[in-house]
Design a protein around this ligand. Sequence first.
Ligand SMILES: [Zn+2]
Length: 282
Amino acid sequence: MDNGSCDPQVSLSLPEAAILPAMIDTHCHLTYDPLHERVEEVIANAASDGVDRMITVGTTPADARKGLELTRRFENIFSTVGVHPHYADQCQDKQVVLDTMKELAADPKVVALGEMGLDRHYPDPPIQIQKTLLDWQLEVCHELSDMPIIIHNREATDETISQLSTSGIDPARFVFHCFTGQLDELEKILAFGAMVSFTGITTFKSAPYLAEAAKIMPADRIMIETDSPYLTPAPHRKVRPNEPRYVACVAAFIAQVRQMPLADFVKLVDSNACRFFGLADH
Ligand SMILES: [Zn+2]
């Protein structure tokens, strides 16, 4: 593929954003310091760029409670509850993990379980501890059978799919968020039956395989997100921290590689997100 042609020419300025349908950032971390300390401004920035709803994703029991507090302050913020594999060694009390998930999941503003999964990028926490934590959380997923589940998978695609398959949970309930794998990994996730979500990494020149992955995604299985405060997309890569407003740049880039009008692509991912997370249509 000619990577040069994938550069989004649009840097979304307000007039352009104004003609776009409203967007959802399906995965951000508004509870993390660089966003939380100025959350009103972050949410206002998002609104001015057409991002009218955000899902702030929980990574520990305490973080999930902090996310739920944000949903109390802002009507357009939704949250999730789960334990990220990075915190597997800090969340060793199974009862606390299960009780927190069940308690928070009962709240109407909590729209998904997760993020949970496996991460082999770093040697710690040890993978066996991560797998045990994931199994505990999958027990809750079984019980709360109407909730979608956000999966974090980094360099552990085969093991993640195998553990999720063993759980017997309907694969359509899972989204593999922040996809960063190779095309063969994408094929495996699609064959398994999960949704796949793309971040600003997709726009990086160093990752042409992600542009290709976003291009070949089935229309009804693709979602987009920022994973902010990390991973600011092109053309704003130097901006720190990333914010939900920049999900529009992820949309612009993928619309271009899929050779679709941006407004049509935004409508497509919006309807996928609303269906998957059970949110009202725009
Ligand atoms: Zn995340």
